[in-house]
Unconditional design. Structure first.
Lengths: 119, 119
């Protein structure tokens, strides 16, 4: 049982759209990820996802609306709901989601990551 | 799908050791709680718990060590491990744990809360 510092975790990598596992509990993963630019439209058939902004701002686009999230704000995206995160500038995000969650959900393409690094 | 702001959630209550539910996903609850003083020794038989410091500092006491957590740091306490949070000054904490989790775990006393408020 060691504590985990978000600042040092974010300082330890620089790639984007590549979530890193920083914790695991009850079959769920805690991940950190840096966003910049646009991701892809996707949904998850079986997993709800939580996005908490640690630094910066990003927009979560849905088919019928857009939600802008700032530092200290989170959103829970229910399973089956299509979404696309977009960040005009680099944004640091903490994710909570089941260990089974694939970053691109139902879409498998060059941005899909099947093995996530633990940091 | 509305965003949730931690600052406004923490501003909306003032009691201590009384977690409020601010989100739910995959059978897990996201809660916010204010600590001050000492809680009780307890463990959870079936639930791992995550404590993330949003503001301030607290100590997680274990039977064999103490971990001091500052803003932006978290710890995951595995099921069955006895622990006692202590905060010398008021501390704001976000919790992530299964929906079944009772605040005092295996101990049921005057600090046990069976029905948590959703805010």
């Amino acid at each position: 049982m060691e504590k985990v510092g978000l600042t040092s975790k974010f300082a330890s990598f620089s790639d984007h759209w590549s979530p890193k596992i920083v914790g695991e509990l009850n079959g769920q993963h805690v991940k950190v990820v840096k966003f910049v630019g646009e991701f892809v439209w996707h949904h998850h058939d079986h997993e709800d996802e939580m996005f908490l902004v640690v630094k910066g701002q990003f927009r979560m686009e849905f088919r019928d609306k857009t939600v802008t999230l700032n530092e200290g704000e989170f959103i829970i995206v229910p399973r089956k709901i299509e979404h696309k995160p977009v960040a005009d500038r680099e944004c640091y995000v903490m994710l909570f989601e089941p260990a089974s969650t694939l970053n691109t959900g139902n879409v498998v393409n060059e941005r899909t990551l099947k093995e996530l690094k633990r940091i």
